[in-house]
Design a protein around this ligand. Structure first.
Ligand SMILES: NC(=O)c1ccc[n+]([C@@H]2O[C@H](COP(=O)([O-])OP(=O)(O)OC[C@H]3O[C@@H](n4cnc5c(N)ncnc54)[C@H](OP(=O)(O)O)[C@@H]3O)[C@@H](O)[C@H]2O)c1
Length: 294
């Protein structure tokens, strides 16, 4: 089964590439921004038509949450229209699409974890552009699966876990927001789940939440990274809890964007590991590779 993955250099695509050998029934091919540019009308469609895949996974996105506030047109073009065009091209090729979305479609005002039935109400350009992408994918290709995930980290690329581990190399203390909560998700766990789903060809126009089990604040996550750094003999730093109000960012982030991933567990038997377990595994990878720097 030929699977075309958009967004070759991203955390999720690199994780899919790493896990792919464990799924011999899937033949993954990857396109980068140069081959399939979601900001340019027709580019991804041409790449998808040429590849003629059995499944498309859209792991490409405009993910710079703060910068999106200054580039809303580009964020909407890539995350909204671009995602829709990829879904339409997949349909044209007779292929379903797995599309990745985000917890940031919610406003974070809920008192409990968000289920798929909760009403989206994004607070940021990024969140609104990703919500537009969901709508565009649903409209363009009935054979889709939308997976909303959250707080993605990995041994690769730019992410909070790597940033914290790197900061500990040069600083004794880091200030980290303690009043925003979410669902930390290891990209390698997410990749495994996506490939398991891909193997089953189980697409029925569904939206699922799929994030690491449990919930954490950024402070909890940073503290866990530092605890693992200490355990592994890496430099670690003291983590100081601060309020989001004391760490102003261009984009407003939800205070409580915890995802309830119960439905995909009940319906497809898929559950990601507890976030602490996966932070430990990622820290071990980082320790082996000198924090991914070499
Ligand atoms: N990271 C998170 O915390 C998080 C949380 C919730 C949901 N998600 C979603 O999860 C998915 C995967 O995220 P990730 O963390 O793997 O993101 P990432 O590491 O930032 O990777 C995104 C990829 O998209 C590519 N891209 C950007 N603009 C593009 C364009 N115009 N055309 C084609 N490709 C383009 C980037 O290419 P370049 O390398 O050339 O820039 C990069 O390879 C995304 O849909 C994201 O919205 C992420």
């Amino acid at each position: 089964m030929k699977v075309l993955v958009l967004g070759r250099e991203g955390q999720l695509a690199l994780s899919l590439a790493e896990r792919a050998p464990e799924y011999p029934g899937l033949d993954l091919i990857f396109t980068s921004r140069a081959d399939a540019d979601l900001s340019s009308s027709g580019s991804a469609a041409t790449a998808i038509a040429e590849a003629s895949p059995d499944l498309v996974i859209n792991a490409a996105a405009y993910t710079a949450v703060d910068k999106a506030e200054e580039e809303p047109a580009l964020a909407f073009r890539i995350n909204g229209e671009g995602a829709g065009e990829a879904a339409a091209a997949a349909r044209q090729a007779g292929a379903p699409i797995i599309h990745i979305s985000t917890d940031y479609v919610f406003d974070g005002a809920a008192p409990e974890p968000y289920t798929e039935d909760a009403e989206p109400n994004p607070l940021s350009v990024y969140g609104r552009s990703k919500l537009a992408g969901e709508d565009a994918v649903r409209a363009a290709n009935p054979d889709h699966l939308i997976l909303r995930t959250a707080w993605v980290y990995s041994p690769f690329g730019r992410n909070f876990v790597r940033t914290m581990a790197a900061a500990a190399q040069t600083r004794d203390r880091v200030d980290v927001v303690a009043d925003q909560h979410g669902s930390p998700t290891a990209a390698l766990d997410l990749a495994d789940a996506i490939l398991r789903i891909a193997e089953r060809r189980d697409f029925s126009g569904t939206t699922y939440h799929l994030a690491g089990s449990g919930s954490a604040s950024w402070f909890d996550l940073a503290s866990e990274v530092m605890a693992n750094c200490r355990r592994l003999g890496l430099p670690s730093a003291e983590v100081q809890p601060i309020a989001a109000a004391d760490w102003p960012t261009r984009a407003v982030r939800p205070a409580y964007a915890v995802l309830d991933s119960g439905r995909i567990h009940r319906e497809l038997g898929i559950r990601l590991p507890d976030w602490r377990k996966s932070v430990a595994a990622t820290a071990e990878r980082l320790a082996l590779t000198n924090l991914g720097l070499g």
